[in-house]
Design a protein around this ligand. Structure first.
Ligand SMILES: C[S@@+](CC[C@H](N)C(=O)[O-])C[C@H]1O[C@@H](n2cnc3c(N)ncnc32)[C@H](O)[C@@H]1O
Length: 414
């Protein structure tokens, strides 16, 4: 055992983060990790045939060390494999179809990655060299994981990474944290702008959860992007993956798409209005605005993005002293937070407390017009939802390093 592991728990973490960026440190990785191999500009190949079903990394020695010594590779779990099956879906290639009714809240899959690639070599490496490195990373995977990786859509290994990866943050906000993660089972979900399944990634665990009841025969879909955008923007963003979205929302006629885009604008205007009213402590603020917001999200079938709207409605009703409505929305917010953000969601505790006993909650009856400190705190909490921890983007977006993002990532982190 290395000296790092003899430290106290917080000490271990700090000590690990001080491991220098030198390929030589890779030999510290515990068995059966292999590497560093094939290093280029500080990024090397590391592999472990026994982690999950096999795991290869193209990253810095420091991050490989962090993964090998302190990150848990999850067991593959979820609902029984017979609950869905793979089949051809018109105009989308293959996809996943429900074989029984899958209930809202059921965890469909929980998976660990089989390949993690730091974003800098993905962007910067010379293409020939990069393909060689990716091929070596895939060759290190044991069967059947290697075949499962190769079954993903895409002509070359590089193309498969481009078309199937999710963004994974491995080291908080630190340099080199952003990685592309490949989860071959999850790659079989096609995209829909109004998905019936939500995904979240926490550390190395990718979790997919049903966001509404899904009848047998219906396709299981996730959204590769944040869905609350006008159709043209969604189509443009999705085209970066090299496909033209054919989901029902994208296939609407022009007049229908116009009406749908208007609804989205209406939602954004209402969110801004609430935010402004709570920020100003304006007398026009009413709890019914929260209810209307939830209604609009529901009308637009935004089942995968309900947590911010429900949390906001619960807080508004509590601030205005409406016990039953506050309790009802808080209960629903708890379910949505669990599905969309997961058990570590920052707002879960406060929403559970509000659902249990609104009158003891800090937000109870503190109308923003009263001007006291509690009111200001409640107002801030109800108003910050769109950009706060809950953020409407709780599902994240698929890893797509388009030109702008590539430049940003290089500038900010690389
Ligand atoms: C991650 S894969 C999904 C599984 C893939 N259909 C397969 O056969 O393995 C992404 C690819 O699926 C297809 N796809 C997914 N969602 C789609 C959609 N909404 N419309 C059209 N094609 C879609 C595109 O070819 C896209 O590049």
């Amino acid at each position: 055992m290395s000296r790092a592991l003899l430290e106290t728990s917080t000490g271990i973490f700090r000590f690990q983060l001080r491991v220098p960026e030198s390929p030589q440190r890779g030999h510290d990785l515990p068995d059966p990790w292999e590497g560093p191999e094939q290093c280029h500009a500080g990024f090397c190949l590391f592999s472990n045939p026994e982690a999950g079903g096999g795991l290869s990394l193209i990253t810095t020695p420091r991050i490989a060390h962090l993964i090998a010594t302190s990150k848990e590779i999850p067991e593959s779990t979820g609902i029984e494999p017979e609950a869905f099956y793979e089949a051809e879906v018109p105009s989308k290639g293959s996809g996943l179809i429900a074989n029984r009714t899958i209930r809202k809240g059921e965890v469909i899959m929980q998976r660990g990655p089989v390949l993690l690639i730091q974003s800098v070599p993905h962007i910067d490496l010379e293409p020939g060299r990069r393909l060689e490195l990716y091929q070596a990373a895939v060759d290190r995977l044991p069967e059947p994981m290697r075949s499962r990786f190769l079954r993903q859509t895409g002509d070359t290994v590089y193309d498969k990474v481009e078309k199937n990866s999710f963004r994974v943050f491995l080291d908080g906000d630190r340099k080199h944290s952003i990685h592309l993660g490949l989860f071959p089972d999850v790659s079989k979900f096609n995209h829909d702008c109004r998905p019936n399944v939500h995904y979240r990634i926490s550390d190395l665990t990718h979790t997919t959860v049903a966001v509404r009841d899904i009848p047998a025969g219906e396709e299981l879909t996730i959204s590769y992007i944040y869905g609350l955008k006008p159709r043209a923007e969604r189509l443009e963003q999705l085209s970066e993956w090299g496909f033209m979205c054919t989901c029902p929302q994208c296939a609407l006629s022009e007049p229908e798409a116009g009406a749908s885009d208007n609804r989205i604008r209406q939602i954004k205007m209402l969110e801004d209005e609430i935010e402004e009213l709570v920020a100003k402590g304006a007398p026009l603020l009413r709890p019914e605005l929260g209810a209307r917001l939830v209604e609009l999200y529901r009308e637009k079938r935004l089942d995968a993005y309900m947590a911010p709207a429900l949390t906001r409605a619960a807080l508004l009703y509590s601030m205005f002293g409406h016990e039953e409505r506050a309790r009802e929305y808080a209960r629903e917010a708890v379910g949505a937070l669990e599905r969309e953000v997961g058990p570590r969601a920052g707002d879960l505790g406060p929403m559970r407390a509000l659902a249990r006993d609104p009158k003891s909650h800090w937000s109870w009856a503190v109308k923003v017009t009263s001007g006291d400190k509690k009111a200001a705190a409640a107002a801030a909490a109800a108003g910050r939802r769109r950009n706060g921890t809950l953020g409407a983007r709780s599902g994240g977006e698929r890893a797509r390093l388009g030109k702008g993002k590539r430049e940003k990532e290089k500038g900010v982190r690389g």
